[in-house]
Design a protein around this ligand. Structure first.
Ligand SMILES: C[S@@+](CC[C@H](N)C(=O)[O-])C[C@H]1O[C@@H](n2cnc3c(N)ncnc32)[C@H](O)[C@@H]1O
Length: 262
């Protein structure tokens, strides 16, 4: 089977067996208003320059939790739901955030152009934005509402560059949506995008497509299955690969990949 599933349908989804999504954001108490203060949910009265953000509405999950993280000296609150793979922060994300905050200067993140694939609820993109980067967070369509909500809530008025959200389905419409002549990224970030799903070849194709001369791919992953190591072998065939860090308590490893051009 080669069909890629929505984030809710993916094998082993944390939300498997739960009720289908219901009410819209009733569980959420606050949202962010124009002045950065909090107010009643659903009232995105924001600056006209942020008009595109209004296209997004919070994803329609039945229940949410508010999870707290501390990175780059800032308290980050991420709205999560166990109903979707893409609405939960995975161990690779926290490991990559720790790596980014510890290596901000070496990585020269200030103003760096970053694209995150499979951003999920957005923790990595939020931290990269707080650290000064110009971030585009991407994922499947059904994940984007919650992703946008979390990015906005944690970065509005707190970052030099407001992060963007775009749909990017691995291996699909890359030339049309991300033409190489227009889009160049210093870093492509990926956390826990390799697990038991059917899109691993398309994922690798996407990683290769987004890598131009000078682009560095930072991939953090919890290694669980033999297929994770098989993906790593394929990754090493196309990327010059450097092992950067390991987090033994979570089995997360971080790799740097630079596309081989020969
Ligand atoms: C395990 S979650 C990791 C989320 C986040 N990066 C983290 O570490 O917390 C995998 C993410 O990949 C996204 N994803 C899965 N298949 C995809 C596909 N074919 N195209 C784009 N994104 C996909 C899911 O929606 C989900 O957000």
């Amino acid at each position: 089977m080669d069909a890629c599933l929505s984030s809710e349908q993916q094998p082993g989804c944390p939300g498997e067996g739960l009720n289908s999504p219901g009410g819209r954001l009733e569980a959420e108490e606050e949202t962010v208003q124009k002045d950065g203060t909090s107010g009643p949910a659903g009232d995105f009265n924001i600056d006209p320059s942020l008009h595109s953000l209004q296209e997004f509405v919070p994803t329609d999950y039945a229940s949410y939790t508010q999870e707290h993280y501390l990175f780059a000296g800032k308290k980050i609150v991420v709205q999560e739901s166990i109903e979707s793979y893409g609405a939960v922060v995975w161990p690779g994300a926290t490991a990559l955030c720790q790596y980014l905050e510890e290596h901000t200067v070496d990585l020269n993140l200030q103003d760096a152009k970053i694209l995150e694939i499979g951003a999920g609820p957005g923790l990595v993109s939020i931290v990269a934005s707080i650290l000064g980067a110009q971030v585009t967070a991407t994922d499947l369509p059904d994940v984007l509402g919650n992703l946008q909500y979390n990015l906005l809530k944690n970065t509005l008025k707190h970052t030099a560059h407001l992060p963007e959200v775009k749909e990017l389905v691995w291996g699909e419409g890359l030339e049309q949506k991300f033409p190489k002549s227009t889009f160049y990224y210093d870093y492509v970030l990926a956390s826990d995008v390799v697990y038991h799903h059917y899109c691993l070849d398309k994922l690798l194709t996407t990683m290769v497509y987004l890598s131009q001369p000078g682009t560095v791919l930072l991939w953090a992953n919890k290694f669980r299955f033999s297929t994770d190591y098989e993906f790593l072998d394929k990754f090493k065939q196309v990327f010059d690969t450097t092992f950067l860090a390991e987090f033994p308590e979570s089995s997360v490893k971080i790799f740097k990949g630079i596309l081989k051009w020969d």
